[in-house]
Design a protein around this ligand. Sequence first.
Ligand SMILES: [Zn+2]
Ligand SMILES: [Zn+2]
Length: 315
Amino acid sequence: MRECSFCGRRAVYFERTAGVHRCDRCFKENIEKRFHRTVTKNNLVEPKDRVVAAVSGGSDSLTNLKLLADFSRYKDVEIVSLTIDEGIEGYRDGSIPIAENCSDRLNVRHVVISFSEVFGKTLDELAGISREGNGPDPCTLCGILRRSLLNQSARELDADKLAVGHNLDDETQTIMLNYVRGDIARLYRLGPKSKGKKGFVPRIKPLREIKEKEVAIYALLSDFDVHMETCPYMGGMRSEVRDFINKMEHNHPTTKYKILRMFDKIKPHLPVDSKDFDLKKCKICGEPSTGTLCRACELLDSLGVERRKKTLISK
Ligand SMILES: [Zn+2]
Ligand SMILES: [Zn+2]
């Protein structure tokens, strides 16, 4: 039996970067400390904030919700959890009750917004229409529509922040993807907290310095019923970059932290054209947009789909 390097109890995790073993208690304590450090260092949550946490039912979002809910108990902060039901057969069905139960257990209000309710079609149906018309692939569709519903719901819920469960693996993959694609504008938008200008609720990432594996173990040790399935639409360049980074991390522990730290150091020096776009309100859904229609409504229009619901949250 391996012993915890700190208290001598049975170890559950070996942290290769630091060369230490941790038991369940010391492991959880360490994750909580690191979450706290990311939140305070980057000023992610402030007193009196209302934070909407996006919860899919996977371990990242459940851990994020739990840590935020614990944090809110001794700070003057309100947490609301929000699930977007995209309508992906066999994938989403199990995850919604999990998000619901977890929110109940943490005493947090839970809101569900579904594609079929708002757009009159599930993601599966939209993907079918898009395929026939040679439109965008399901991941692109889902990304644009999901992002738009998350922001609109958060805004209608009067949120000061929208918290997402991106972990260290997600963040380093996105950094590398933008390097590979040469997309400086997107690269510039990455970070622990986005600017919340004109209708955009600032997005925060409290887990961005914690590895995917550590987040998963934390969720298991917290007795969450975790939704484990992988999205059937997942694939493409991101999985190539993920495999590459994981191999590097295996051979050279600390690779992930180094990619993140390097990016955080470079970011303030990126030559970004900072002219502010004149943001208007989309004439259909009210989301911020550069033209008369936002990207989501433009996309729906190109598929010949009409939005059923303009306001998402009934007051
Ligand atoms: Zn211990
Ligand atoms: Zn719109």
